[in-house]
Design a protein around this ligand. Structure first.
Ligand code: FE
Length: 203
């Protein structure tokens, strides 16, 4: 039995969306540039801000972090993020010794309520295969260098289990406000291809 069930988005709805999009553009009702901007907004701005709130709260509030790791779907819903493609979440925590990365090897399963829409590279065949066979070099391409002794774990998201990375908190997180922390959490850090960037040394 195949236990790897992915979002069974049949090609039919996808084709319908494409058809509608072409029609709207053809009739001059929408500008394709506006559509691209909207998609970008959900990919990089609106979507991942939810996840950033979850992460910052987990760093600051140990009780919430415990809840998040034990019952991720409930914990995330408790601060208002729920819905399609977020029903079965699992949160994996990055530490000094373990670095987690998320992929969907077969399609593009992704935790929508906390991350929005998946970026194009996440859906690309090279990412999907190479992150499994050679995660270290994929990380390097994202500018992420890990020490040799850091264990890398790659998680394959499916429609039944969607992984979400809790990045390692910045060194001085205790001295930062929730807002400051939130603004440091990038989408890529919650997919696991980047770490949280420490602010430049102010000397
Ligand atoms: Fe999938």
């Amino acid at each position: 039995m195949n236990t790897h069930h992915h979002s069974t988005v049949p090609s039919d709805p996808e084709l319908r969306v494409k058809a509608l999009e072409s029609l709207l553009v053809e009739k001059g009702l929408v500008d394709p540039k506006t559509l691209d901007e909207l998609v970008d907004l959900y990919e990089t701005k609106i979507g991942p801000r939810n996840g950033a709130k979850v992460v910052a709260k987990a760093w600051k509030d140990p009780e919430f972090k415990k809840y998040l790791l034990e019952k991720p779907t409930d914990a995330i819903a408790s601060i208002g993020y729920r819905g399609r493609q977020g029903e079965h979440m699992r949160v994996v925590e990055n530490t000094a010794d373990i670095h987690n990365i998320v992929v969907c090897t077969l399609c593009s399963c992704y935790p929508w309520p906390v991350l929005g829409l998946p970026p194009v590279w996440y859906k690309s065949a090279p990412y999907r295969s190479r992150v499994v066979s050679d995660p270290r070099s994929v990380l390097e391409e994202f500018g992420t260098q890990l020490a040799e002794d850091v264990e890398i774990r790659v998680w394959d998201s499916t429609s039944e289990m969607r992984y979400f990375v809790l990045p390692e908190a910045p060194a001085d997180f205790q001295n930062k406000s929730l807002d400051e922390l939130e603004s440091m959490v990038t989408r890529n850090s919650m997919i696991g291809v980047e770490k949280i960037k420490e602010p430049e040394n102010r000397s």
